[in-house]
Ligand binder design. Structure first.
Ligand code: CTP
Length: 407
């Protein structure tokens, strides 16, 4: 493992009390640490403690320093800049490019990789203003790690917690080395398909594509080379992702097969809600109303995932199972039937949090071990947890002595 020079930006949230411990965690892993503090951070954590620990120095203000241009020296020194915790206020300043205190100043001046760990009250986190700032930072290539869910210091429950300190070290080091998916090619399918009856009517489903797009975005920011094959959705293309738009299941199969033949992927994640049936005939002109009852004959569509597994057998194969009953049993059945590494199962019965809702609950079903529940998480957080499992399977595929259940 490469040893890094880490510039840790600390902001004024309650999680700042963990900063000295975080410095020690980086150092125990062999890395060197300098610290930049916002003025608010100095109210939550003692600069004296940090000055005693940090072997790369502490930047507390933007004017009073011994060194001539201290923020530029630190920004140039760092292999990676990690902001933990990042408050909603600092996210806003980083997104707008402000530079009136040490953290934002170094963040703007550095050419190193930047990773941000937001931690705040859940309502501040899901506020559209904060989410727009996060999207803006990601668009510019900054890695923003989704906060974890649980009990928050403010008394609320939900997303907003700082990840564990070992996890922060691991993700920071991975970001500095190009991401833990660097060199990995990932193909993701997303969105619904449309199966046309006539030129203006089709059979489809309410999939919005947010899950597949979140996976593509997270995989790209973790360093993967990502192709996203998407049905019709109203979402912008995530930064750094190659996108191919399709309409029907047949189009999706064709696009996926052409892509895998041209650029083999180590990981395929099928998050698309592909129609299982299409009208046997598609009328060339708009159908006119007539008799009171009318029937449409349907035929099975191509099973994109099952067919690609048979033809290409990528090392890691992930399917989704949208179920309204017997969720885990059906997911397990799909895992074996389609020869998958992992199935992400979710409950799509009314009010369950699927299909476009902000928070969702899913289960990861693998061949070994019990299903793992990921409860009331944002789709970005589910995407990250999913990619952690995928990473484990990739490691097992490349080191046959490991099993996918070894962590
Ligand atoms: N899938 C696919 N092509 C299809 C149908 C599904 O690639 N024509 C993929 C989906 O992207 C998802 C998984 O297969 O990853 C879902 O499996 P499937 O058995 O089709 O799920 P359901 O349609 O929910 O199955 P069923 O109708 O059997 O419940």
């Amino acid at each position: 493992m490469r040893l890094m020079k880490v510039l840790l930006g600390v902001c004024g949230g309650i999680a700042a009390y963990k900063a000295p411990e975080l410095v020690r965690h980086f150092q125990k892993a062999g890395h060197q640490v300098a610290v930049a503090l916002t003025p608010a951070a100095t109210r939550f954590v003692s600069p004296l403690v940090l000055r005693t620990l940090a072997d790369g120095g502490v930047l507390e203000g933007i004017f009073s320093t011994e060194e001539r241009v201290a923020h530029v020296a630190l920004a140039d020194w760092a292999d990676v800049v990690a902001v933990a915790p990042a408050t909603a206020h600092t996210l806003a300043r980083l997104a707008t490019g402000m530079a009136d205190e040490p953290v934002s100043l170094c963040f703007l001046a550095t050419r190193a990789r930047r990773i941000v760990f937001p931690a705040m009250n859940v309502n501040m986190w899901i506020n559209p203003a904060t989410q727009a700032n996060v999207a803006c930072l990601r668009q510019r290539g900054v890695e923003v790690v989704e906060p974890e869910s649980g009990e928050l210091a403010c008394g609320w429950e939900g997303a907003g917690r700082l990840p564990g300190l070992d996890r922060i070290v691991e993700l920071t080091v991975a970001a500095a080395s190009g991401g833990d998916f660097s060199g990995v090619r990932v193909l993701v399918t997303a969105g619904p398909t449309r199966e046309y009856l006539d030129p203006v009517r089709f059979l489809s489903n309410p999939s919005t594509g947010t899950m597949g797009f979140a996976i593509a975005a997270r995989a790209a920011s973790r360093g993967a080379e990502v192709t996203l094959v998407s049905g019709p959705v109203a979402l912008p293309t995530p930064a750094g992702v190659r996108r191919i738009d399709v309409v029907s299941a047949a189009d999706m199969r064709e696009a996926v097969f052409a892509e895998l033949a041209a650029r083999p992927a180590q990981v395929v994640i099928a998050a698309a809600a592909v129609a299982d049936y299409r009208p046997l005939q598609r009328a060339s002109q708009k159908l006119k109303k007539g008799e009171a009852r009318r029937s449409v004959e349907l035929e099975r569509t191509e099973d994109v995932l099952a067919e690609l597994v048979r033809s290409f057998h990528p090392p890691v194969r992930v399917g989704f199972a949208a179920e309204t009953e017997n969720i885990l049993a059906n997911a397990r059945d799909k895992l074996l039937r389609k020869d998958l590494s992992l199935v992400v199962a979710n409950d799509v019965s009314a009010g369950s949090g699927a299909f476009g809702d902000a928070l969702t609950t899913v289960w990861f079903v693998e061949r070994e071990g019990e299903p793992v529940e990921v409860a009331a998480a944002s789709k970005g957080a589910v995407a990250d947890r999913l990619l952690d499992v995928v990473r484990r399977h990739l490691d097992a595929a490349t080191h046959p002595d490991k099993t996918p259940s070894d962590s």
